[in-house]
Design a protein around this ligand. Sequence first.
Ligand code: 3PG
Length: 308
Amino acid sequence: MKKVLVATDKPFAKVAVDGIRQIIESAGYELVLLEKYTEHSDFVKAVESVDAVIIRSDIADREVIEAGKNLKIIVRAGAGYDNIDLAAASEHKVVAMNTPGQNSNAVAELALGMMVFMARNAFNGSSGTELRGKKLGIHAYGNVGRYVAEIAKGFGMEIFAFDPFVSAESMEKDGVKPLKSAEELYSSCQYVSLHIPANAQTKKSIGFSLLSSMPKGATLVNTARKEVINEEELLRVFEERPDFRYLSDIEPDAKAEFAEKYAGRYFFTPKKMGAQTSEANVNAGLAAARQIVDFLEKGITTFQVNKF
Ligand code: 3PG
């Protein structure tokens, strides 16, 4: 009997686990559940006997992939797959997939939610500001960026986007103004919402020159990855610009320095929670389970992100 491991340090909602189990067991496979594990070695051990794995932000490094002697497929239930060692997966002929779009609305709602929270001074009762009429720059116009635009439109924001991989026409169709460079986006918009993936090109790419060019009262919203920020340079902007604010879905490495010097100008979720809704868990988790069954039964490789 084939075995499918769900390895989630940050577990899915129960309703999603039930749905995954139903799909896996209906296919005649066994579901193995490893939730809230504390040691990476627990994941390495659990992968030893399984054919397929579903993960979230769990680290599927070379050690995990090489431990999976029967492993044929690993699906990241979510968008970003920077937590999978793709080279190791390809070397061992393990198919790696993501489930694009399935948790995007949840992430977008958090981005806008954090913006409202900060604009209203963390709901502390003092007089804040409104989002209506403010310029919002969406950095990367993929699945999450599109939802952010849709929701921000309801708030009456003026929306811009920069994405070299998306046509100006498709942005314009959504009522979004396309810009030609990141420089133009940051220097034009008081709010910037980040949706770029973390890879060799983007890591530490958001730094002093872009951030310091933002207009007065600037707020950077990061529901992407902390790795894309050059934290040292962000701290320099914080030092020089008392008006600058940072919202991040996951604490930065320099969280102690923010806490010590810049109280009230930032908000960080303690654990990445953009996709932490029942709806997103169901969408992404069930899509991952279906993709595994489709691959193991019919060899369907839609959403494969590695090559071999
Ligand atoms: C993603 O890449 O899909 C999001 O960052 C969500 O990650 P999570 O599944 O760990 O919450």
